[in-house]
Design a protein around this ligand. Structure first.
Ligand code: F6R
Length: 366
């Protein structure tokens, strides 16, 4: 039931402090010193020896996979590739028993993802699943996996399932890093702590929804929007753009900010909202230059920034602040204002937020 919320999507956005916590609780010991992923116990030695990890998915789940790629390579130093399941299944990939293929799927029933997994299994790879629906086809057919504990997601546009998937990717990356000795125990403990603080930080973003709604009102009549990010915040830009297009029908594109001058900068004029995910991390200086480039062409900039970062105030039109956090966990915070921004714009445009046109919650045909 929707309770006090006007739509399931809004309710699910507001559930995220709990669903993120439900997803890591039981996977982190009470002392916050160890990550336990029971569903991977049998296959862990295989993953640690993997030649590479390939993560597959569609849509939002593919975006969570991209965050996983950044985290696993950064902390565990195991090569990772991310592919659209729909491409992977048809392109005759080179696979053998030294490969681990992980499917991310909220429903666990996506036709392309399931078919890609079956193909990978036939070719000898170890196959794993990160699913939300317990007992779903992908969950049943895999050699191991981890459930996201997001609860039932009714809104067609995925919100709480995404942050649960990213939470699992974070736990998984840290677990592998610890097991293969690539992370110092100090950093490992710090990052477990950072993750455990995310639910409170998400709450502090959600309470600012009136501000996000005001900003949304300014941009509700946009025809196009450009989302930019770098590093693990690049997939957040992609996910922000997907949310906007699927529920408000505004054409939106997500881009790696460094790619801007290779094409999309031609779109920038005084009509174009450019949403820049600019939280403080080691890409920050680079993203500030991208903001300057957009400003010089009179684009309207909405920046997601770290609280207290006043340096950008004069450069941008609007700011969404997120609490300070380690860059490893900031995707979980940066996506929250973008979900709300899309939601409010879609509502103001009179769109059917929970059931956008032409979309289905579970894509069981290709
Ligand atoms: C976006 C969305 C879709 C799904 C995609 C994969 O909001 O909901 O892009 O993410 O269809 O679905 P699952 O995760 O069920 O495999």
């Amino acid at each position: 039931e929707k309770g006090d919320f006007e739509h399931f999507m809004l309710k699910e956005i507001f559930e995220q402090p709990k669903t993120i916590e439900d997803t890591f609780r039981g996977r982190i010991n009470p002392e916050h010193t160890e990550i336990v992923l029971g569903g991977l116990l049998d296959v862990l030695p295989k993953i640690l020896k993997a030649r590479r990890i390939i993560i597959i998915g569609c849509g939002t789940s593919w975006h969570a996979a991209l965050v996983g790629e950044y985290l696993i390579e950064e902390y565990a130093r195991i090569p990772v590739e991310v592919e659209y399941a729909s491409e992977f299944r048809y392109r005759n990939p080179i696979l053998n028993s030294e490969d681990v293929v992980i499917a991310i799927s909220q429903s666990g029933e996506t036709a392309d993802t399931l078919a890609a997994l079956r193909m990978a299994k036939e070719r000898g790879a170890t196959i794993l699943g990160v699913c939300n629906v317990v007992g779903s086809s992908i969950a049943r057919e895999t050699d191991g996996g981890v459930y996201t504990h997001a609860g039932v997601e009714i809104g067609v546009a995925s919100t709480k399932a995404f942050t649960a998937q990213v939470t699992i990717m974070t736990l998984f990356a840290l677990k592998l890093a610890k097991e293969n000795g690539r992370i110092s125990s100090g950093l490992y403990l710090d990052l477990i702590k950072e993750l455990s603080e995310i639910p409170e930080k998400v709450k502090s973003i959600l309470v600012k929804h009136p501000h996000i709604k005001e900003v949304a009102a300014k941009y509700k009549d946009a025809i196009n929007a450009l989302y930019l990010g770098r590093g693990a915040l690049f997939p957040v830009a992609l996910e922000g753009a997907l949310k906007l297009k699927e529920i408000s029908y505004i054409h939106a594109e997500g881009y790696a900010a460094g790619e801007m001058k290779h094409g999309p900068i031609a779109l920038v004029d005084d009509n174009l909202p450019v949403i820049v995910v600019a939280a403080k991390d080691h890409y920050y200086e680079k993203i500030v230059s991208n903001i300057q480039e957009v400003k010089a062409r009179k684009g309207n900039i909405i920046a997601v920034v770290t609280e207290g970062d006043t340096g950008l105030t004069s450069m941008v039109n609007d700011l969404f602040e997120i609490p300070k956090s380690h860059p490893a966990v900031s995707p979980l915070l940066a996506i929250i204002p973008l979900q709300l921004f899309s939601y409010y714009i879609a509502v103001m445009r009179g769109c059917d937020v929970d059931q956008p046109r032409n979309l289905a919650k579970s894509v069981t045909v290709e």
